[in-house]
Design a protein around this ligand. Structure first.
Ligand SMILES: [Zn+2]
Length: 318
């Protein structure tokens, strides 16, 4: 037997909402079946529901502690800085907050299907075709160079003149070694299992500087948001991928999420103490970029290992 917080009577079966216990009769008076399993997408929704319940509880003459307790129950449902929750319809949920996002991957997520769709889109073998240069850009080169010289900035194009000159040969050698390593692990590196795991994943916007929004076209049922750090493009475990379905509403929401995240990514231009160089004038960049382009083509199966090796040798003057 427990005491109902609403009416004060003893009850065999109570429902619990935080510290509040409600008997069947009181539970129905505040319509708990309509909100006890509800998922809220914004804090405003939580607030609206809280207000409704408060009014019903007052009308039903609940004891003041019960009313306060119910309010606290709803306060706990709020997420600090929550902007929006988004269900992509493909087994992943995205919670957008002011400074970070949280991605939940459930057991319903179909790795095999998602990976198939992902590869198809990334390789450009799809309806409209994704231009390769969206994937291969100078930031990839900067990413590698930055590890070599330890001084490039996120976003690319910003390498100190001096370091650039001194580092070019070193960069070439290191890139060559890095690509070898990568080639050996190729099959693993390409797998989504690397960056998507069942459960929750938190990503602070300040740790990323790049986001792609790929919408499903034609028959495609998967679209995705790809969040990356241009300094760590060689480490797929750093990537955050959120898949969404092809319904009009989901696409719209995913696109809004894209716009929101993009506006909060790290801005490389705000870094201090470095001078800016147009990427084309940086010999090291162009070289690394070109090698990476061939590496990508190799991964995509567009060229053979032999063709790639020959091209790399030629580019590095080996
Ligand atoms: Zn009661």
């Amino acid at each position: 037997m427990e005491i109902c917080s609403g009416c004060g009577k003893k009850s065999l079966m109570v429902e619990r909402y935080g510290q509040v216990r409600l008997c069947k009769v009181c539970a129905l008076k505040v319509l708990t079946p309509t909100w006890k399993h509800k998922e809220y997408r914004t804090n405003e929704e939580v607030e609206r529901q809280k207000e409704k319940v408060r009014m019903m509880a007052e009308k039903s003459g609940f004891m003041p502690q019960a009313i306060e307790g119910l309010e606290r129950y709803f306060d706990h449902l709020r997420i600090e800085g929550l902007v929006k929750k988004l269900d992509g319809g493909k087994g992943q949920k995205l919670v957008l907050c002011e400074k970070e996002c949280m991605m939940e991957t459930t057991d319903d997520f179909n790795f095999k299907e998602a990976e198939k769709a992902y590869r198809k889109i990334q390789s450009g073998h799809r309806g409209g075709g994704t231009p390769l240069d969206e994937i291969i850009n100078s930031q990839m080169a900067i990413g590698i160079l930055s590890e070599v010289v330890g001084s490039a900035l996120p976003g690319g194009g910003l390498v100190k003149n001096q370091i650039k000159r001194a580092g070019r040969n070193l960069a070439a050698q290191t890139i060559s070694g890095k690509l070898m390593d990568e080639t050996e692990q190729r099959t693993e590196v390409r797998s989504l299992a690397y960056c998507i795991r069942t459960g929750e994943r938190r990503a602070e916007y300040s740790q990323y500087d790049r986001i792609q929004y790929i919408e499903p076209v034609g028959e495609e049922t998967y679209g995705f948001l790809l969040l990356q750090n241009s300094r760590r493009l060689d480490d797929p475990a750093e990537d955050v991928i959120f898949f969404f379905d092809s319904s009009t509403e989901t696409k719209k929401e995913a696109n809004q999420a894209y716009g929101f995240i993009k506006s909060r990514l790290a801005d490389p231009m705000e870094e201090e103490g470095e001078e800016e160089l147009p990427p084309q004038q940086t010999a090291g960049n162009t070289l690394a970029e070109e090698i990476l382009m061939y590496k990508r083509l190799l991964d995509l199966g567009a060229i053979t290992q032999e063709e790639y090796d020959a091209k790399k040798k030629q580019l590095l003057n080996l």
